[in-house]
Design a protein around this ligand. Structure first.
Ligand SMILES: Cc1ncc(COP(=O)(O)O)c(C=O)c1O
Length: 364
């Protein structure tokens, strides 16, 4: 029996499973150049190890179940009242909790999208409809869309997996008709830290049916810690909190969150680096024939392979032979086997990707 058979009770990963790739290739995870997971290329903030070490003695106690200190820090950070904030074990936990708490009759997903919205709906047998966003609009909304009888909508800004960004005014105009009809809207802002000015957090008080999901995972490069939060009206955060398991956010995660929020300089450096490296990567990719890059405001790029005969699976395979992991985006609803997603990393790594691409595409 293979190890994966032994673990067959765990659903398959939908991307970023570098552990499996490393095992297949017989190399260490650290030896792979991972462009499949969209994390801050600077890594985690430099003060994080010390903050975790300082918090370690407290793991002999249960964590603060209500994440009081972190909630207060988030409130100050975003300029929102603490009751409008609910901390969770990654924003993924909150996606599942929202569905459990609000019990929608039907949901609409703006696709292509993060697959866990659909998973959370399936778990409660909630019917899901899909609005397939236009490629010409960068796979995000280009205006208001019919709710199709749904009482809950999921959408992301920046869009995932395209990275397309809607400015706050355009996004407000798109979601307002839903909210006016009493439809609740889950706005996933997992990557908004790279374009904070477009966040709808400042409009929350005028949009009582809006639930904004935020994550520490991407901007602080801590997917292994599991930390995210919900911004919503107090009535909604309380309803969602009522479904959360006790102590789902550990002491070390709470300490990590505080340390991350305290380092504003890291945030500035991260934004500047991602903007610079994204431009570098876009220019490099566009120089190849047969690759089209979707404009992105995030730390990843959706790329369409228009070269005859090339599929995402093939490109992924040949790059993997060079120790480079990319995301085959063909399994996102609304995309097909021509799409790949690439993370924006540091200059040397981006250069290595472009060099490998030049080799495999035969364009030296
Ligand atoms: C668009 C989007 N939302 C949410 C998440 C979940 O992030 P986390 O649960 O780590 O906060 C992801 C992770 O890949 C994502 O891509």
């Amino acid at each position: 029996m293979t190890e994966d058979n032994l673990l067959s009770h765990t659903p398959p990963a939908h991307g970023g499973d570098v552990y499996q790739e490393a095992r297949r290739l017989g190399v260490a995870v650290e030896d792979l150049l991972d462009f499949s997971a969209n994390l801050n290329p600077l890594g985690y903030p430099p003060g994080l190890p010390e903050a975790l070490a300082q918090a370690l003695p407290r793991v002999v106690h249960y964590p603060d179940r209500r994440c009081r200190e972190l909630t207060r820090a988030l409130a100050a950070f975003h300029g929102l009242p603490p009751p409008e904030i609910l901390v969770g074990n990654g924003s993924t936990e909150l996606i599942f909790l929202i569905v459990r708490a609000l019990r929608p009759k039907k949901a609409l997903i703006v696709a292509p999208a993060f697959s866990e919205y659909e998973q959370a709906l399936a778990r409660t047998q909630t019917p899901a409809a899909f609005h397939l966003a236009d490629e010409a609009a960068g796979f995000t909304l280009s205006g208001p869309v019919e709710a199709q009888g749904a009482d809950l909508v999921f959408l992301a800004n920046p869009a995932s997996p395209s990275g397309a960004l809607l400015a706050a005014d355009l996004l407000s105009a798109a979601v307002s008709p839903w909210l006016a009809q009493g439809v609740r809207v889950v706005l996933d802002e997992a990557f908004i830290d790279f374009a904070e000015e477009a966040s709808l957090k400042t409009r929350l008080s005028g949009m009582p049916g809006l639930l904004i999901l935020r994550s520490f995972t991407k901007i602080y490069a801590i997917p292994g810690i599991r930390l995210g939060y919900l911004l919503a009206a107090p009535e909604l955060t309380a309803r969602v909190a009522a479904h959360q398991e006790p102590w789902s956010v550990g002491t070390l995660a709470q300490a990590a969150g505080l340390a991350c929020l305290a380092d504003r300089n890291y945030l500035e450096r991260s934004r500047a680096l991602v903007a610079l490296e994204r431009d570098y990567l876009v220019q490099g990719l566009q120089a190849f024939s047969g690759l089209t890059v979707v404009p992105s405001a995030a730390n990843y790029l959706l790329v369409k392979l228009t070269r005859p005969g090339w599929t995402a699976a093939h490109l992924r395979r040949v790059l993997l032979q060079q120790g480079i992991v990319i995301r085959n985006a063909g399994n996102f609803r609304g995309l097909d086997e021509r799409f790949v997603r690439l993370a924006v990393r540091r200059r040397e790594e981006n250069k290595a990707l472009l060099t490998a691409l030049a080799h495999v595409l035969g364009e030296g």
